[in-house]
Structure formats: C-alpha cells, structure tokens
Design a protein around this ligand. Structure first.
Ligand code: GLN
Length: 178
C-alpha cells in the first residue's frame, strides 16, 4: 500500500528500527500477541514517546486494539494512546467475518472494508473523531469503526486487503505535515 503511494515501508521490531521511521503502522493479527511481543522487545515506551511527540500512527484491527486505552474484556498490554475502549471480536467469530461499504467523513466515495474477527469502538473520549461507522449485521446497530485523535488513526478492519489507499494517504499526509 505504501509503495503505491511512493513511500518506502520498512519492518519495525526494535527500538532502533522505530527511531529510524517517520510514521508507524501497527497491523492486524492478534492483539495480545502483539502486546506481549512489543513488551518483550522493549517497544511500548519508545512507541508512546514517539506518538506523544507527534509521530503519526495507524493501527488496523488488532493494531487498533493495541493503541487503545482499554477493552471490555480482561486486561492485556495496550499502548493507552488512543482514548477509546474497544470490544474485541465484537461482530462474532471468524466465520462471522464480513465486508461492507462505508461512508467516510470527508470523502465522497464509499470505501470497502473487510472485517476479520474485528473489534468495534465501545466508548470514545471527547477528543476522538469518529470518521465512519458500520451497521452490525447481527443487531442492526451502528458501531464506530474508523477514528482519528490528532496524529493517531485507527480502523477496526483491514484496509490493506482491498487495494484502496485512502487511510494510508491520511497517514502520509499527516507525516508530511508534521
Ligand atoms: N481478533 C483479533 C484480536 O482481538 C483481531 C483480528 C484482526 O486483527 N484481524 O486481537
């Protein structure tokens, strides 16, 4: 996705590698595992420091959970940078994964979103802007799934699976501005 935008992407696993980048993407996966590994590699405080210092960051799915300040479930390692409480696996199990077209604030065309055992935002602080919500297929209720808080962007789905770069563009714009 970054290559499509003419931006170089490198993998970050250590504080030294973190120090060398201008922005960070925390991908999907499994948020407790990401948290445990981030702890093990000594990345939690360095990431907090960079993001508080203004570095743009994008968290997708498990990455959004890791960025958040809490979950509705048991405690797990989190960065506590994004002022939201998330509900993990909120739409159901793996077989309940789904796709939907979302209207994004500030964009005229809807974007396609792939939700894979995705979380939703249960509660958001006053400084958090909700850019998009999705109708939960099982309850019919609207759930926030794209948020921005200053230099922090997060989606509860996998924006890289569709080939649309809109959220990566927002990250790159924030990086260029910062
Ligand atoms: N269910 C995963 C979690 O709670 C997130 C899934 C994903 O990143 N696609 O960590």
């Amino acid at each position: 996705m970054l290559r499509d935008l003419g931006v170089e992407g490198v993998e970050v696993r250590t504080p030294e590698e973190l120090a060398a980048v201008d922005a960070l993407i925390i991908p999907g996966g499994e948020s407790t595992t990401i948290g445990k590994l981030a702890n093990l590699y000594g990345l939690i405080e360095p990431i907090r420091g960079r993001v508080r210092g203004g570095m743009p960051i994008l968290g997708t799915c498990a990455g959004m959970i890791f960025l958040a300040s809490g979950t509705t479930g048991p405690e797990q390692p989190q960065l506590d940078l994004l002022d939201v409480v998330v509900e993990r696996n909120a739409f159901g199990r793996q077989v309940d994964s789904f796709e939907a077209d979302l209207a994004i604030a500030g964009r005229d065309k809807p974007v396609r979103a792939v939700f894979i055992r995705a979380p939703w935002i249960h509660k958001a602080g006053a400084g958090v802007e909700v850019l998009a919500s999705v109708v939960d297929p099982s309850s019919g209720e609207d759930r926030p799934v794209v948020v921005r808080q200053g230099n922090i962007l997060a989606t509860s789905f996998h924006p890289e699976l569709i080939g649309e770069t809109w959220i990566h563009e927002l990250l790159v714009e924030a990086t260029a501005a910062g």
